[in-house]
Write a protein that binds this ligand. Structure first.
Ligand SMILES: [Zn+2]
Length: 125
């Protein structure tokens, strides 16, 4: 699956949701990203347990879905790099992984491949 980019409205929705979860619960936000025709266009919440330090998904509940492109989650501490736990988690849920952080604006996110390498994900209007 070749990914050309992420839809701008989806990205803004992720940032808004992560901001709200951070503001109301002080917690990480975690979602699975889906692509259609090579563009990431949807996200799905999964049941997860979260503290300010970590979040983990219940993968046994994840549907088999060939359109899963990766994940997005927030770091309320603003460190936009994968943690060691993230690097174990990324390969289990696709190839592209967004990390979002305060202030959750258009520039406060980064994309990484499953091995933690920064990836210049394009934003598609
Ligand atoms: Zn993380």
């Amino acid at each position: 699956m070749k990914i050309r980019g992420i839809a701008e409205d989806l990205l803004l929705g992720l940032l808004a949701t992560a901001r709200e979860v951070d503001a109301s619960h002080g917690r990480e936000f975690v979602a699975v990203l889906r692509e259609e025709d090579g563009v990431i266009r949807e996200f799905t919440f999964l049941p997860f347990e979260s503290t300010p330090e970590s979040a983990s998904l219940h993968f046994e509940l994840m549907p088999l879905d060939t359109h899963i492109a990766g994940s997005a989650h927030s770091h309320p501490n603003g460190v936009l790099f994968p943690s060691n736990a993230d690097l174990r988690f990324f390969p289990t849920v696709g190839r592209y992984h967004l990390i979002l952080g305060p202030p959750y604006d258009r520039r406060s996110w980064r994309c990484f491949t499953a091995d933690g390498t920064p990836f210049p994900m394009e934003v598609v209007p």
